[in-house]
Every structure is written in structure tokens, then in C-alpha cells.
Design a protein around this ligand. Sequence first.
Ligand SMILES: Cc1cc2nc3c(=O)[nH]c(=O)nc-3n(C[C@H](O)[C@H](O)[C@H](O)COP(=O)(O)O)c2cc1C
Length: 333
Amino acid sequence: MANLTTRFFGLELKTPILIGSSGLSNSIEKIKLLAQNGAGAIILKSVFEEEIYKEFQHEIEKQAVGTHNLEYLDYFDYEIKNDKVKQYLELIKGAKDAGVDVPLVASINCTTSSDWVFFANKLAKAGADALELNLFVLPSDVERTADQIRNYYFSTIKKVIETVNIPVTIKLSTYFSDLAAMIKELSETGLAGITLFNRFYNIDIDIEKRELQPAKILSHPFEYQKSLRWIGIMSGRVQCELAASTGVHDYPTAIKMIMAGASAVQVVSGVYKHGYKFIADMVSGLETWMDNHNVKSIDEIKGIANAKHVKNPAEYERVQFMKYFGGFDPEID
Ligand SMILES: Cc1cc2nc3c(=O)[nH]c(=O)nc-3n(C[C@H](O)[C@H](O)[C@H](O)COP(=O)(O)O)c2cc1C
């Protein structure tokens, strides 16, 4: 039978089907079900700086003090952050006590660099097996240069890696003008892995109300292609493992990602849409495909279709529909 073990987060994982950070893992019961269905690792919901301050807001109201009372903020800051960490600690410890034996990965999203280090340290001590940084700067500030944004990433990662004694990975966005160089340089910082790519909360417009509204929360199956392209381009050129995220909705897509060079895939929307069985189906689909094709291990197919191995690597970089300008002529009503 095919061996599904792989490595990501600097850890050996039983399967390459990982649960991406989301509310899917916000209780011990849910974590148990994810593990029982074959998840190779579970990335917990990110601790968000905003969320912490929302909680703090509630404290302020309870105490009937003004929101501008900064001394009060300083006073409660530490306690509130500790409380969030306490919840994480209880979740991780509870899941481990309940027999969950797949790695549990903490995820943090902070904006100020001091908070990153504070949380990273606390969460590592809470018993997480690894840490995923949900580090993202939307480059919307016209005053902020690319170098400033880059420096923010590199200095934060350096500080976190120096502070914690568990493997650290990052889930990245595509918002870099030098994406290939960025991924390569990030892979040389000591990160145990890079996940391509995060999918963010998006906005849409309600044309009747003429107002903003949230866009679709869950991904579509056709959204996997951007991650596939970049894993294919970068695998074999980086110093750490790569994982794929966004639009992995079935086992053939997982196989494509592995062939492009991913060590694992992260899934979220598929589980929300189809339930826990989605994970078991992914795992058994992958295993059956490997058996049917006499593939003994994930390593045997990992990267076989990346830019280094395909006949025509330029296909990975082709972005214009040149060939189709004249010839593409489907029947339309
Ligand atoms: C409801 C929901 C909550 C999410 N929460 C987080 C989060 O807290 N931290 C994070 O890094 N990503 C979060 N994500 C993004 C997912 O981890 C994942 O990167 C994204 O959904 C793309 O994967 P998918 O196509 O399998 O859904 C969330 C996604 C969804 C749908």
C-alpha cells in the first residue's frame, strides 16, 4: 500500500492533507474529527490582534471607562493577550489529552512587530507543534515603499524564529512585485515551510444598495491554478518545503500540487462544503491513485512536473493568450 507520509512544518506527517487555519478547528471535538478523518496536521484559527482589541473593548465597556484611556489599555493589554493564549493552550492541551496525535499548529496574525514576538513565544509555550505566520501587509499605502514592506516581513520573521523553539512557517500572499525573489529569500531565513497562497476576505458591491458587501467566503475549485503555477516555478529553487493552499477541492488537485513540488496541501473550503468526509475521501482517493499507478511514496512524485523537470518550463511563465488570439473561437449563442 502507498506510503502517504510527508514532511512539512519540519515534522513528519501521516498524510499530505492538512487542515488550513479556520474555524474548522475551534473545538476539541472538531479537532478530533479532523484527525480521525485523516488530516496530516491541523492549523488552528489565527489569533488576530483586532480580535484581541475587540475583546478589550468589551472590557472597557464593562468598566465604563473611555476608549481613549490609553493607560487603561496598557494595563489590560497583557491580561487580555494572556487570556487568548490561555484559550489556545486549553484547546491544544485538551485535544492532546483526548488522544489527537496529529501535529497542531498555532497561527498568528498581528500587525505590530512587538505583538508578533509576544504571541509567537506564548503560543509556542502553549504546546503547539509548529507555528504558521499569517503575516500580510496589503500594499495599499501609497507612502509605504516596497523595501519598507519587505523589511517588515524579514525583520518580523527573524525575530519570531529567534524567539521560539518550534518550527515556523509562513502562509504568503501574491502581493509582491518580486514574488519569486521574495519566496526564495524567505526560504533562506530558517523558515520550515512556505504555503502558497493565502486566500483573503474579499469585498464586493451590492448594486441595489450601492454599498460594499462581503464576497463569497469559500473558494471555487478553479482557484487552485495560481498556487499550482508558483509551486511549479519555485519548487527546486527554495531552501524549505512548500505547501499549497487555495482551491484544493479534490484529490486530483492535491496530486497536481505534489507533482508541481508541494509537500502537502491545505484544505478549508472543501471541508466546509462537504463535511469531514471530504478529508477521508481526499486521503483514500490519493492512496488509491498511488496504488493504481504503482507510486510507493509522496516523494516519488513530488516535483516531477515542476519547472526543472517538465519538457517545456516556459509553459509555467506563459501568461498571455497569444496563441488563442486568432484561433479561440468557441460556439456562442
Ligand atoms: C471561514 C474561513 C476562516 C478563515 N480563517 C483564517 C484564519 O484565521 N487564518 C488564516 O491564516 N487563514 C484563514 N482562512 C483562510 C484559509 O486558511 C485558506 O487559506 C483559504 O480558505 C484558502 O483555502 P481553501 O481554498 O481550501 O478554502 C479562513 C478561511 C475561511 C473560509
